[in-house]
Design a binder for this molecule. Structure first.
Ligand code: 2P0
Length: 351
């Protein structure tokens, strides 16, 4: 497990070169899902969520201040960013500039190692790395909690990728001022007992999604009669999940994660019009997961805003589970991930 303490995570002035910093962050997969916002501008969620940060597919992002430049220059995987992707990065930099009292534009260069079309979202690792690198390059000295809050403003799930292993993102205070709500909504590490988990990722379809998760969440909250009941039951799931993690009980962790994810998809299916990310291939994989369980292997599925399935199991069972997944989706690809580290600055700005 990765026990990087928040206080050692980032001291921008010590570890970043003034005006330039490079950070690395990994994606995370939620075991208790974030689905639904109560404030779209501040990205405040309706529910608490809890995730495992992965040890695969880091995003590495360099932010360099460009005094005198008239606009930000953003490159994603070697290509100039445009459209919505550019708009979101510039809006995020505006937030950092406002806090730093700086008017300098920046040059952002981000490399994401998720294989093209792997069907894994990169916004969590992307905005976590951007938050850490941008804070350091603009001279903001933020602790891990403040970085999590900042990363949240780029993409909700990025708040969790600031931390390694297991992290819980607090929905935050629902009463009081916007500032109080903002301050109270951040992730924190979650203790786990003797648990040696793996997530076997079965990529059944690498194509782009028909409905963005942002739009799908909005539609679900606005129109699904199942949303509120799921949000209520998710509270109980989270309490039980924390206890199961602490007890190192992989069966309980898996059962809770699976029911929470299926419930989230049920809310979408009941939205008007319905949002359906699960494909026939997804259901075939879910059948295989059930079969593994009948054979005595604790394996449990979770799905996000897409058809791909992540199967939680013991690390010692990961090869067997991966083999079964490869047989189940011969045209897909299968990857094995384990708990990974939190976001961090690279020393000496090395890349
Ligand atoms: C999660 N997902 O908890 C949930 C489960 C997808 C399904 O977080 O609008 O890209 O940028 O805050 O973080 C995907 O949502 O959404 C997501 P925004 P984000 O991982």
């Amino acid at each position: 497990m990765h026990s990087e303490s928040p206080t050692t995570l980032v001291r921008a002035q010590e570890r970043g070169t003034a005006g330039r910093a490079t950070a690395v962050a990994h994606p995370n997969i939620a075991l208790i899902k974030y689905w639904g916002k109560r404030d779209e501008h501040l990205i405040l969620p309706r529910v608490d969520s809890l995730s495992m940060t992965l040890d695969v597919f880091p995003t590495t992002t360099c932010v360099r201040l460009a005094p005198g430049a008239g606009h930000d220059k953003v490159t994603l995987n070697g290509r100039p960013a445009e459209g919505e992707a550019l708009r979101r990065v510039v809006a995020f930099l505006d937030l950092v500039r406002e806090r730093a009292g700086s008017a300098h534009r920046a040059v952002v260069d981000s490399e994401n190692t998720v294989p093209t079309g792997a069907g894994l979202a990169s916004s969590a690792s992307g905005f976590a790395a951007l938050a850490v690198a941008a804070a350091a390059s603009y001279g903001l000295d933020l602790d891990a909690t403040a970085l999590s809050r900042l990363a949240r403003r780029g993409s909700g799930s990025a708040s969790r990728s600031i931390f390694g292993d297991f992290a819980m993102w607090h929905a935050g205070l629902d009463s009081g001022t916007a500032t109080e709500a903002d301050l109270s909504s951040h992730a924190e590490p979650v203790p786990a007992g003797d648990l040696d988990p793996a997530l076997v990722i079965a990529v059944v379809n690498a194509g782009p999604k028909a409905v963005s998760s942002r739009e799908a969440m909005r539609r679900t909250v606005d129109t699904s009669p199942l949303y509120e009941p799921w949000a209520v039951s998710s509270k109980g799931d989270l309490t039980e999940m924390r206890a199961a993690l602490l007890a190192g009980d992989i069966e309980a962790v898996g059962e809770i994660a699976e029911r929470n994810a299926l419930g989230m998809h049920a809310t979408m299916l009941a939205a008007r019009p319905a949002v359906r990310y699960l494909s026939p291939a997804t259901l075939t994989v879910l059948d295989s997961v059930l079969r593994l369980r009948r054979e005595g292997i604790p394996a449990y599925a979770t799905m996000d805003a897409g058809p791909n399935v992540k199967v939680l199991c013991r690390r010692t069972d990961a090869d067997r589970v991966a083999e079964t997944m490869s047989e189940t989706v011969p045209d897909g690809s299968v990857l094995v991930a384990k708990p990974g580290p939190g976001a961090r600055l690279l020393r000496g700005d090395g890349r």
